[in-house]
Design a protein around this ligand. Structure first.
Ligand SMILES: Cc1ncc(COP(=O)(O)O)c(C=O)c1O
Length: 389
């Protein structure tokens, strides 16, 4: 029958590391694998403002009912205002929004839609978040990768990016990390984003922004700046948003998908196709996490507290970057933004770090800065030096 010849697949490159870390009995082990924020005590704590929103929600009269297929309109308006800021009102007549199951769900639904509408090729930077490959392969897009960094591993290979996109055929899709590039922490400058927009317009490419770390780079509005630059230009585009990181709502699976068409009629047509896809995938989204985000963003006081808590998370990671950068005499770590840094380590050095020192990171050398604290940063830096990194 079905399972007789079944072969086991390898573990997920990121979530698999967590499993190995949990099984390691050593007390000095360090988890720098999965991209989740931890406080100075290395706890994955629920944000205070999230707890407060939850108490408000618990007191509300709830209906025992499904959400609409594309989710809560209240939530989508708040999410839209956060990403598009002052542009939101101007765009909303042609901006379709659907609540999604995290950022992953938004990207997967979008991949399905674009293939249905004739999409064939998708450009991903190398390296990128590994799940981009799986998501778009499953949507049946042909993946083309381009080198993201120079050989020195520090600077953006922008010339190469431009050269590759210049050669892309019309209607090709290109995925951009809106900010806090995962895994390198290196983003294009404003001038470079303007150039990327010009190429997308000239070559008629379809940009997808993956916005997973809004507020964890520089600031909430600033981190979504490239999305607004493109949206203002009138180009067809999409943005996948997740609240997993900036609200620490990982397990609640809260995200949104924004698709920008030309006018109201296109928006209606896009809506009908997206809704059909969602209906077949998971019918409709869960409500609890979206209610939390809505509650926080619509209440002025809570919103301010959220921004403060987020700034504290950002600043703690910045301090850890500074410490690691000094200990490794590696100033470029300070220039990177967000949750990650890509260290110039070989696979065997990464394996040695795990085997000898109980330090877990991705095979490509990516570390989650959120897994460092004042107590372990020296230990990590020493071990990296000992393996020759
Ligand atoms: C670049 C990037 N995009 C999307 C996601 C997906 O987020 P979620 O866990 O909400 O699906 C992640 C999560 O790690 C990410 O790093």
């Amino acid at each position: 029958m079905y399972f007789e010849k079944l072969e086991e697949l390898p573990h997920d490159p990121i979530l698999g590391i967590k499993g190995a870390f949990l099984q390691d009995p050593r007390s000095q082990k360090v988890d720098l694998g999965v991209g989740n924020y931890k406080n100075e005590r290395l706890q994955e704590e629920v944000m205070e403002v999230v707890k407060e929103a939850e108490t408000v929600i618990c007191k509300q009269e709830k209906k025992a009912d499904y959400l609409p297929i594309d989710g809560s309109q209240e939530f989508l308006q708040k999410a839209g205002e956060l990403v598009f800021q002052e542009e939101y009102v101007l765009l909303s007549h042609k901006l379709y929004a659907a609540q999604s199951v995290g950022g992953t769900g938004a990207l997967r639904v979008l991949g399905e839609l674009l293939v249905k509408l004739g999409g064939k090729e998708i450009y991903l930077c190398n390296p990128t978040w590994p799940n981009h490959h799986l998501i778009f392969e499953k949507a049946k897009l042909k993946i083309i990768t381009y080198r993201y960094l120079e050989d020195n591993g520090i600077e953006l290979d922008f010339k190469n990016q431009i050269k590759i996109l210049q050669k892309a055929s019309e209607n090709s899709i290109v995925v951009f990390h809106a900010s806090c590039h995962n895994p390198t922490g290196i983003d294009p400058s404003r001038r470079e984003w303007e150039e990327l927009l010009a190429i997308c317009q000239h070559k008629r490419l379809f940009p997808i922004f993956d916005l997973a770390y809004q507020g964890l780079g520089i600031a909430v509005a600033e981190d979504a700046w490239p999305v607004r630059l493109f949206a203002k230009s009138g180009i067809e585009m999409a943005t996948a948003v997740t609240f997993s990181k900036n609200f620490s709502l990982y397990s609640q699976r809260v995200g949104s998908l924004f698709i920008l068409g030309k006018d109201e009629e296109q928006k209606r047509k896009i809506a009908s196709h997206v809704k059909q896809i969602i209906r077949s995938f998971y019918s409709n989204p869960p409500s609890h996490g979206a209610m939390i985000v809505t509650e926080v963003l619509q209440n002025e006081k809570m919103r301010r507290r959220w921004e403060l808590e987020l700034a504290k998370m950002r600043e703690r990671m910045q301090k850890m970057r500074e410490a690691l950068s000094l200990l490794l005499s590696s100033p470029q770590i300070m220039q990177q933004k967000g949750m990650f840094s890509l260290l110039p380590l070989t696979v065997s050095q990464v394996k040695e770090l795990q085997a000898k020192y109980g330090i877990y990171l991705l095979e490509n050398g990516r570390i989650n800065i959120g897994g460092l604290n004042n107590a372990n940063v020296q230990i990590v830096a020493d071990a990296i030096k000992k393996v020759g990194g």
